[in-house]
Write a protein that binds this ligand. Structure first.
Ligand code: DQA
Length: 148
């Protein structure tokens, strides 16, 4: 069974209590349980990780890249949080690891402040899911499962 890495970046550990009008009331633990259940249905083992540290996110992407090269990983669902808008290092990590990565945002970043409209992840993403709330995680897992 191949693995999918669901990787959440800074402040996403606060889901459920952080700006509920924007991000909803579902906790990260609930999201991770949804992801694992969705993966199970589709025949994937879902590994969920969260870090507030850019380097830890980069290390996890590199690890998934090694798994993808070895045929044990199907790809990454990445909500890089605010690092989306700042991190050339995450852009380079996705490119360097050559692992299919779905960029995900819970909120519709394009309907929000201008500083959220630019993404360093988008040019190196296999696809982008934006604005579907936490259901986007399940959509992203399904999207990865459909890739040949
Ligand atoms: C986010 C959008 C980002 O702009 C923000 O910094 C986040 C969450 C989202 O899921 O909507 O932390 O990635």
């Amino acid at each position: 069974m191949k693995s999918i890495l669901v990787l959440n970046g800074p402040n996403l550990n606060l889901l459920g209590t952080r700006e509920p009008a924007v991000y909803g009331g579902t906790t990260l633990a609930d999201v991770e349980a949804m992801c694992k259940a969705a993966g199970e249905k589709l025949g994937f083992a879902v590994d969920c990780r969260q870090s507030n540290h850019e380097g830890a996110l980069i290390d996890a992407i590199h690890e998934a890249g090694r798994g993808f090269a070895a045929g044990t990983h199907a790809g990454v669902v990445l909500n890089a949080g605010a690092y989306t808008h700042t991190s050339v290092a995450l852009h380079d990590a996705i490119k360097g690891a050559a692992v299919p990565t779905i960029e995900l945002h819970i909120s519709n970043v394009h309907a929000r402040e201008a500083f959220r409209h630019h993404s360093w992840i988008s040019p190196v993403a296999a696809g982008i899911i934006v604005g579907f709330g936490v259901d986007g995680y399940v959509l992203a897992i399904e999207a990865l499962s459909r890739r040949k």
